[in-house]
Write a protein that binds this ligand. Structure first.
Ligand code: HPA
Length: 264
C-alpha cells in the first residue's frame, strides 16, 4: 500500500484477478502504474506457469481498475495470507468490488470444456484460511459470515454482460483444492458427490479474504478440461493453459461488458 501510495494517489473501483493464461488482458489497461509483486510488501514473485506476477493500475472501459496479472497459489509454498494479499491491498486502495478468474476442471458432466462458468458458491478444501493467525489488531470480525460468498448484484451484472455479448455462461459450485497434483478419479467422484461442479487450485482463499473486508466478490472459471476420471486422457498443464488462452476472447468480451455495466 505505502509503496503504491508513494507513487500514485490512483484509487481503483474494482479489482480483476487474472487466472492461468489470461495475463494478456492486463495489457488492455490504460496503465497509471505497473508494480511487480516482488517489490510489493506482503506479496512474493509469481512462479506458476502463465502467471506474470504484476499489478496494473489504470483505466479499462472507463473504469478505474487494479488488474492482477497472475496470482500466488498455496501450492507454491505461499501462506494463505500471501495468497490473499491482493484482496487486502484492494480494500486499502479503496476498491469496493473484485472479479476473480481462474481455470478449472469439469466435475459435473453436464458442463462443456471451453465454456465460462460463473461461480455461484465454493468449497474451500485447501484446509487453509487467510484469516487464521491474524494478529489481534487485524481482527475485524472473529467469525466472518460466508452465507453469501458472492455478491448478487455483481453476479446479475455478469449474467447481463454475458447475455449482451452472446456468451454462454454456465453456473456452478467451485471446489478449491491445494494441488499441485491434479486429482485422482476417486477424488473427483468425491467432489461431485459433495456438490462440486468444477475444481481448481485457487480463488477460494481470496474469496474468504475479500468477504472479510466486505469487498463485493464475483468469480468466473474457464472450464479448461474434464477432470480426472471423466476423460481417458492424462491431465497436462500445457493443455489447460492452451484451453484458457483459447477462451481469452470470450473473457475479454465478458470483462469489458461487465465493467461497462458495473454500477458506479
Ligand atoms: N484440477 C485442478 N485444477 C485445475 C484443473 C483440474 O482438472 N484444471 C485447471 N485447473
Amino acid at each position: 500500500m505505502a509503496w503504491i501510495r508513494a507513487r500514485t494517489a490512483f484509487q481503483p473501483e474494482v479489482g480483476v484477478v487474472l487466472g492461468s493464461g489470461w495475463g494478456p488482458l492486463s495489457e488492455l489497461v490504460d496503465a497509471v502504474l505497473i508494480a511487480e509483486y516482488a517489490v510489493l510488501p506482503g506479496f512474493a514473485p509469481a512462479t506458476a506457469p502463465g502467471h506474470l506476477g504484476r499489478l496494473v493500475l489504470g483505466e479499462l472501459e472507463g473504469r478505474r481498475v487494479c488488474v492482477f496479472d497472475g496470482r500466488l497459489h498455496a501450492y507454491e509454498g505461499h501462506s494463505a495470507g500471501a495468497v490473499a494479499a491482493g484482496m487486502r491491498l484492494l480494500d486499502e486502495l479503496g476498491a469496493t468490488a473484485c472479479l476473480l478468474t481462474n481455470a478449472a476442471g469439469i466435475v459435473n458432466r453436464r458442463l462443456r470444456p471451453g465454456r465460462l462458468m460463473l461461480i455461484s458458491d465454493q468449497l474451500n478444501l485447501t484446509c487453509l484460511s487467510p484469516l487464521a493467525g491474524r494478529r489481534p489488531h487485524e481482527v475485524r470480525d472473529p467469525f466472518p459470515d460466508m452465507s453469501r460468498p458472492f455478491d448478487p448484484q455483481l453476479l446479475a451484472t455478469l449474467r447481463t454482460a454475458a447475455l449482451a455479448e452472446g456468451l454462454a455462461l454456465e453456473e456452478g459450485v467451485y471446489a478449491g483444492v491445494l494441488g499441485p497434483s491434479y486429482e485422482t478419479p476417486a477424488e473427483v467422484e468425491f467432489l461431485r458427490r459433495f456438490g462440486a461442479d468444477a475444481v481448481g487450485m485457487s480463488t477460494v482463499l481470496e474469496v474468504i479474504a475479500a468477504r472479510e473486508r466486505s469487498l463485493g466478490t464475483a468469480a468466473v472459471a474457464c472450464l479448461t478440461n474434464l477432470a480426472s476420471g471423466l476423460s481417458p486422457l492424462p491431465l497436462r498443464e500445457e493443455d489447460v493453459l492452451r484451453a484458457a488462452t483459447g477462451a481469452l476472447p470470450q473473457l475479454e468480451a465478458l470483462v469489458r461488458s461487465f465493467l461497462r455495466r458495473l454500477p458506479a
